[in-house]
Ligand binder design. Structure first.
Ligand SMILES: O=c1ccn([C@@H]2O[C@H](COP(=O)(O)O)[C@@H](O)[C@H]2O)c(=O)[nH]1
Length: 263
């Protein structure tokens, strides 16, 4: 097999650069061109210190055809720089549609990872696991999200335990069923918000084989904590430190995160 997301990421520093592009925050008459140049320079300058680059699909989709084209170019550029890619698209649908979502992401970009929503159940996630195994990829299942409203459903009592821990039980079983080459890790990871440190600790113990994508650094107030298999992700605070594109400030911020995550 060629590229392998799990092996690559497990061997890299634990910081993920989130790319949530906002053309309105870029100067000049051609903000999209400025954005693309900035994203390329930023990925290049931070590459050695990153686990992966996470592209938030919503921000590209919101730009229409130009956004899709930009996404394709940036994903390709990340691969040229040797950076593993996470498609943050939070897909989830009945099996036949899940297959198409998997073709559009995991199969199209071998060695990449995709975020998925478990609400439709196991049969709806199976196509993603199969595509990840066939393409050297990985899947991150939403388990406990970083937003305050995650409590509305994810914390509901489900037979004496919060629902997110029930989801974690299933994720643990899927993780066993879909091992990766890089022991002990699996192709089935979890999304766990860094804004919930207690849940993060509980889930780390419950999911020993899953890499965690941990959003919430910076803008959402999560405190960086080192830990095995924790891939901490920052978007606004790293891509737009101080609320604007700024390569030097982004380098400083990445360095500060790296120091904090090294323990
Ligand atoms: O629970 C979740 C899952 C995904 N996200 C995504 O991560 C980034 C966070 O952006 P920041 O600017 O670093 O706050 C964004 O793309 C979200 O869609 C999340 O925040 N929480």
């Amino acid at each position: 097999m060629g590229l392998d997301f799990v092996s690559e990421v497990a061997a890299r520093p634990p910081l993920v650069l989130g790319v949530d592009p906002r053309p309105a925050w870029h100067p000049g008459p051609e903000p999209l061109e400025h954005l693309e140049r900035y994203a390329l320079e930023l990925m290049e300058t931070l590459a050695d210190g990153l686990a992966a680059v996470k592209f938030q699909y919503a921000f590209f989709e919101a730009l229409g055809g130009a956004g899709w084209a930009l996404l394709e170019r940036l994903v390709a550029a990340a691969r040229v720089l040797g950076l593993p890619v996470i498609h943050d698209a939070k897909r989830g649908d009945i099996g036949s549609t899940a297959e198409a979502y998997a073709r559009a992401t995991l199969a199209r970009w071998p060695g990449s990872a995709l975020t998925v929503n478990p609400y439709l159940g196991g049969d709806a996630l199976e196509p993603f696991f199969e595509a990840a195994a066939a393409s050297g990829g990985a899947v991150f299942v939403l388990v406990k999200t970083s937003n305050p409203g995650s409590a509305d459903f994810q914390d509901l009592d489900a037979g004496g335990r919060p629902l997110y821990l029930r989801v974690a039980e299933r994720v643990a079983a899927w993780a066993e069923a879909w091992p990766a080459e890089a022991e002990p890790w699996s192709r089935v990871g979890a999304v766990v918000g860094g804004t919930h440190p207690e849940a993060l600790e509980l889930l780390r113990a419950a999911l020993p084989r899953s890499l965690f994508l941990v959003p919430g650094l910076g803008a959402q107030g999560a405190e960086p904590r080192p830990g095995a298999g924790l891939l901490w992700s920052a978007s606004r605070s790293l891509f737009y430190p101080g609320g604007r594109p700024d390569l030097a400030a982004a380098r400083r911020q990445a360095e500060a995160y790296r120091r904090a995550l090294a323990g």
